[in-house]
Design a protein around this ligand. Sequence first.
Ligand SMILES: C[S@@+](CC[C@H](N)C(=O)[O-])C[C@H]1O[C@@H](n2cnc3c(N)ncnc32)[C@H](O)[C@@H]1O
Ligand code: SF4
Ligand code: SF4
Length: 347
Amino acid sequence: MTAGRDPAKSFTTFLDDVPSGPPVTAYMNIIRRCNARCQYCTDWTAPRNPHLDPSRDRLRTIFTELKRLGVRDVVLSGGEPFLRRDLDGVLRDAHQLGFGIRIISNGTLIRPGHIELIRELGIDRVGVSIDSLSAERMKAIRGLRVHQVTRAIETLAEARTRHPSLRVSIYVTVNRLNIEDLVPLAEYAKGLRIDVQYQPVHFAETGLEEHILTELWPDERDIERLGEVVEELLLRKRTGDLPINNRPEFLATIPAFFRNRTFHPERCTVAYTDVVIDGELNLKPCWSMPPVKNLAAPDTDLVELWHSGEMREIRRDIREHRCPGCLYVCHLNKPHVPLPELRHQAP
Ligand SMILES: C[S@@+](CC[C@H](N)C(=O)[O-])C[C@H]1O[C@@H](n2cnc3c(N)ncnc32)[C@H](O)[C@@H]1O
Ligand code: SF4
Ligand code: SF4
C-alpha cells in the first residue's frame, strides 16, 4: 500500500464533496434475462420468457418520470440488454428525452447494426464486461467464449474512428480467479485506446450460495498478491501508462474491501445522486439494499417515491451507516463535484 496514507480515509473525504439537488444518474436494468452464466450473478437464472421483460411502454413512462426528477444520465444494463428485440425502441425513447446514455453489455450479441444505432443516437459510452483474456478463465468465470467478447470490444473500439465521442470501456469484475488478469486487461485496453474499469465482486443482496463465495472471494494470500497488483495499477495509472478509469482511492481500497468483506464510506451519496432500478422494476436505495417499491404497476409515481418519507428514512439510515456497506464503482467513483452541502442537508 501507499506508505503513510490511509486510502479509505482519503476516499471518504472525497465522498463528502457531493452535490445536493436532484439525482444525477439512473441505473436501470431494462431486462433480467441473460445468455451468459457468470458465477457471481443470478440474472441468468431468470425465466427466458421475453414477455416477462419490463415493457417498452412502462420503461418509457419511467424515463419520463426520471426526466421530471431531473436525472441527466441513464445507465442501461441488465441482464443482457442486447437480448431485447426492441432495444432500438427503448434507446430511442431515452434519447428523445435528452438523456446521456450509457449501456453495459456482455458483448456477445453486439452486431454491426447496433454499432450504427449507437452512432446515430450518440450513445455516450458502451461498457463491455470481460474478466480475462484467457479462454479457460472466461469460460470458468462467465461461461462465455472469450473471442465473442473481444470481437465486440474491438468492433466498438474501431467504430470510434467514425464516432470519436463514443467512449468504450471494459468492465472487469475483480475476483479470486482473475487477479493475474488485471494488468493484462488494462494493457489490452491501452492497445485499443479504450479504458478499463475495475469492480470488486460483491455478494450483498445477490442471494448467491456460500460455495460460490468461497470460490470467488480471495483468501489472505490472494489479497496479498492483489495488493501488489493494485500497487502496479496505481503506479501505472499515475504515470499515465494505463487507461484506468477508477479513482486511485477506489483502487487502493479494493484489498481492504476483500479483507474486511465490506467497506463503509464515511458518507455514501447513493440515495441522493443515483436512482437504482433493477430488472424487475424494483426501485432500490442501492444495489446492496432491499427494494423500496416495485414500479411495474402503472399507478406508482417515481417522483413521489423519491421524495417520500420512506426514502428520507433510508437516507438517514445510510448516513448513520445502517447499510451493508460496499465498494461499488457506480456509486463510489463519482466525478469530483465540490459542493459539500450534503453534509448539512436534511435527509
Ligand atoms: C449485472 S451485469 C449486466 C450487464 C451485462 N450483462 C454485463 O455482464 O456486462 C453489469 C456488471 O455487473 C457485474 N456484476 C455482476 N454480478 C456482480 C457481482 N456479484 N459483484 C460485482 N459485479 C457484478 C458484471 O460483471 C458486469 O460488469
Ligand atoms: S453477463 Fe451480466 S447479467 Fe449476464 S450473468 Fe453475467 S453479469 Fe449477469
Ligand atoms: S451498501 Fe448502499 S448505501 Fe451502503 S455504502 Fe454501499 S451503496 Fe452506499
